[in-house]
Design a protein around this ligand. Sequence first.
Ligand code: F6P
Length: 341
Amino acid sequence: MKVAILTGGGDCPGLNAVIRAVVRRGEQHGFEFTGVRDGWKGLLEDDHFRVTRQNTSGILQLGGTILGTSRTNPFKRPDGPKIVLDALARHHIGAVVAVGGEDTLGVASRFHELGMNVVGVPKTIDNDLSGTDYTFGFDTAVTIATEAIDRLHSTAEAHSRVIVCEVMGRHAGHIALHSGIAGGADVILVPERPIDLQDVVRHIRARQRRGRHFSIVVVAEGAKMERSKEATVSDTLDEFGHVRLGGIGAYLAKEIERETGFEARVTVLGHIQRGGTPTARDRVLATRYGVFACDLVKEGRFGLMAALRGDDIVAVPLADATNHLHLIDPALFDIASVFFG
Ligand code: F6P
């Protein structure tokens, strides 16, 4: 059977590890693979190429994706779904492995309803996909953010400053919460809870009174003040209706300085969290997902996504994985808040 593999949405460390695993397992099943360029866009534009054990060898530790990625939604274009389904038929592609987050897998789920043989692999540094405990890429992003917070501590202390560290996390604050706990942040702000500036100020002042003349505030890019919208760098929407977020860190640093009189700075980690080599944990998870997804294809079990539940990889319906978001665990936030201030 000929199987197509694509990676869509924002890139994340571990994509190449999944591609390698799918192809290696598929070789054992006697599959032939075509690698689709730039996510769903490659099926709209008939842009794909043969992927083999040879050209997927040595990519396990590489960041990015050898297939390229984009935020293309075929359902936003006239005839988009038909073009994609026709391309599969024309090239005798019997199944598709889609590696992506809520948007890419949301498209996969809709295509499954139209009869496509598709399985999903959950990707996103944000870890906001439901149906799975963890997406691959998240561990790497948390590791990078934690190291940054460690580094910010020494410079904040040297200058007696407040440093606001803005991390990614559009709808969910998993990266902020985990890196904030691991890095010993003094305040953590997440999209799930409105920001209370006076509360932030109280924590910073309390530290000052105890002779701690510096503070680290970790904020997710999607966090917002009560009754306001997220801070954005542009209002242009992508094909899935998302704006480009950014700016909450700078806003907070200014407000904290104004309220407390303490010097404040902002560091925005941005795409550093998405680039570069995956952690060992993400490589293992990506490899397990890839092998499992390929086995789903072999067994003819379509419309499903590989998911991590506890220590096990299981299959969950794509529809369940994409119809709501996986938000932070309030109990974990309560643990984090023991260390605020
Ligand atoms: O979906 C993952 C994510 O990293 C979000 O946290 C962020 O808002 C978005 O991607 C930014 O992506 P890009 O800059 O590629 O549009």
